[in-house]
Design a protein around this ligand. Structure first.
Ligand code: DGL
Length: 285
């Protein structure tokens, strides 16, 4: 890693919307003294219906912005962006480490008793080669059912976690899977951990729901530790929340998602780069 990175710098975490806050929560719980910058690209949510090329472009500009803000590691807290952009980002920005999402098909395949598992993710995640390779590598003995839960990302991004619409979308996805014998549900979209209570009411106590967020937080810790980049400062780290959407709207749902109110700052897209009130866009856009 480039010697210019500072252990006291923030961890940059981004997603298309509020979904990545499920990873933000897990990182904050495991590493409370790390500074976190969370960026929700709500001007473009949902990513899951966009082309991989578009998501790649957004992810690159977001990474530039987070690097300009001193990020020492970037968490792509988005299965869709991980599928579309993780390899590209590592090629463009070799100076910094990335932690990305990967649908937790491996643990599901290892633990299933019925041999039937369900995966919930966006269309773009299912189309990506990352998902295909994970299923091929780890689930060749297992029947993998999948559903994109149309409309669920936007329900959650609008702060709807247990409405009739959310219940209907999940029931339409999960009841047929239950009828085919699933005993495990993989949450392949970072938005979906926020509706686990509704999922559990539908699938019942005998079906295991896998939320990858804690495993991602442990990977962040392992990576920072291996690079000597953990923030050894005792005090609690700061959390800075940014959105390219409406700050007030995101601020309004934060208490339900992260358990506290934090000011949300606005970023705006201009000329392919991200600008904010305090700083000019990153150099080189
Ligand atoms: N939460 C993201 C994911 O894990 C993206 C969802 C979307 O914007 O479609 O895929």
């Amino acid at each position: 890693m480039d010697g210019l990175l500072n252990p006291r710098g923030p961890i940059g975490i981004f997603d298309s919307g509020v979904g990545g806050l499920s990873v933000f929560n897990a990182v904050r719980q495991l590493l409370p003294n790390e500074h976190l910058i969370y960026l929700a690209d709500q001007a473009h949510v949902p990513y899951g219906l966009r082309s991989l090329g578009q998501v790649r472009g957004f992810s690159e500009s977001i990474t530039r912005y987070l690097l300009a803000g001193g990020a020492k590691l970037i968490v792509v807290a988005c299965n869709t962006a991980s599928a579309a952009a993780l390899r590209h980002l590592r090629n463009v920005f070799p100076q910094i480490s990335f932690v990305g999402m990967e649908p937790a098909v491996k643990p599901a395949a290892e633990h299933t008793q019925s041999g039937v598992v369900g995966v919930l993710a966006t269309p773009a995640t299912f189309q990506g080669e990352l998902y295909a390779s994970v299923v091929e590598r780890f689930a060749n003995e297992v029947s993998v059912l999948q559903d994109t839960c149309p409309g669920l990302v936007m329900e959650i991004d609008n702060g709807n976690l247990d409405t009739r619409a959310v219940q209907d979308i999940l029931a339409r996805a999960l009841l047929p899977m239950l009828a085919q014998g699933i005993d495990t549900v993989v949450l392949g979209c970072t938005h979906f951990p926020f509706v686990i209570p509704t999922i559990e009411r539908i699938v019942g106590p005998r079906v295991r729901v896998i939320d990858p967020s804690p495993a991602i937080a442990r990977q962040v810790e392992r990576l920072l530790k291996s690079q000597g980049m953990l923030n050894i400062n005792e005090a609690s780290g700061y959390a800075r929340i940014l959105t390219t959407g409406e700050p007030e709207k995101m601020a309004g749902v934060l208490p339900r998602l992260i358990g506290e109110s934090i000011k949300v700052h606005h970023l705006y897209w201009d000329g392919g780069g991200l600008w904010d009130e305090e700083r000019l866009p990153p150099i080189g856009d």
